[in-house]
Design a protein around this ligand. Sequence first.
Ligand code: FAD
Ligand code: UDP
Length: 393
Amino acid sequence: LDTQLQGNSRASTPKSVSTAPNVITREFLFDYLVVGAGFSGSVIAERLASQSGKKVLVVDKRTHIGGNAYDHYDDHGVLVHKYGPHIFHTNSREVFEHLSQFTQWRSYEHRVLASVDGQLVPMPINLDTINQLYGMNLTSFQVEEFFQSVAEPREHIRTSEDVVVSKVGRELYEKFFRNYTRKQWGLDPSELDKSVTARVPTRTNRDNRYFTDSYQAMPLHGFTRMFENMLNHPNIKVMLNTDYREIQKAIPCREIVYTGPVDEFFDYRYGKLPYRSLDFKHETHNTPKFQQAPVINYPNDQLYTRVTEFKYLTGQEHSKTSIVYEFPKAEGDPYYPVPRLENQEIYKQYKALADETSGVYFVGRLATYKYLNMDHCVAQALAMYKQIAVKTF
Ligand code: FAD
Ligand code: UDP
């Protein structure tokens, strides 16, 4: 795709104007350059434009808006998520109401099965998982006792191994977590911060939802449509297929909001921060339904971690169905910051540098090197907007 400059106002060549003897001030075409059109960049761009009347240029090196949450209709007309399954869930009323200005919703509660010992069982581990796996008929009370009997007490919970082993013991840890985590991160759970596997709870009841947040819904017409509505403002122009460094000098902007990888911004001065990447293998099958659940996790047997069937997520009706396999890898597009102490130490150095860099605000999953969900990015962007507004306007 060619570079696209979309929007209502027309850009002109930057000028230097002299307002007083020996004082040269530049006339800025835009107040803000927002690098990245994902959740973080789009949310803040919209606020700056609509609430503060600022002129905003949003630049993304990809050929589309939406960042990793981008969705589109594939060649068969099935709505798919290009960068793997994105399920919206939040406990924040503010975040939900904010996004509701740009989309209607379809209620959706996510469910996952794990392929373990030749069976498909509910994940997160719950009462039914244990009964099915071991051919038992325990009650909630008994399964709690069972977990206590197999759990390995740990004085300090530091790693992703500690979290699981201290709750459900070594055997379940090995069946459900150890190999999945090794595959996903290229690291043993004992080498990862506890926050990683702590994302997945353990339950003694029969609740088989992946999330328990108070708001669980998908944008009715997809994520991309929601982003289009967010960015469709006369004060916002969107430039795609463009690395911001290509235009930074030619198009002067007063300040920058940066949502790309923080180490890249500073030319890897303190070394590379590891980001985990994925290969996505998309397929369409000539059948209305491919698998028994929206997502099936494969902790042990395959090179991929999970398989997602999009029609469950989107509610689309179609005679065919599209799925995606996720194959983790070290190099490639940065998708996941890797939460562990030594990376946090490197990030701290970049964070100090970022704090000293005036006129640039670092927001989002890559720029703050945090394993943020979409709703966290929205909350962070809204908070940053308020900070900018208080300071500047
Ligand atoms: P991004 O979406 O990564 O956007 C950053 C943008 O900056 C990119 O589009 C990039 O092209 C652009 N950029 C970077 N450098 C430059 C440059 N030099 N010049 C121009 N542009 C640049 N969250 C959930 O809440 N629920 C889920 O189910 C969920 N599932 C996920 C599944 C996968 C496989 C992945 C990878 C993530 C998932 N997430 C999920 C997390 C979610 O994707 C992120 O929280 C969110 O999309 C991050 O938004 P962002 O704007 O911070 O970053
Ligand atoms: N995890 C696991 N087995 C599973 C599901 C998750 O070991 O069946 C671990 C794994 O380390 C994974 C982490 O828990 O990276 C968080 O899982 P989540 O589903 O939240 O990952 P995401 O959707 O962010 O990729």
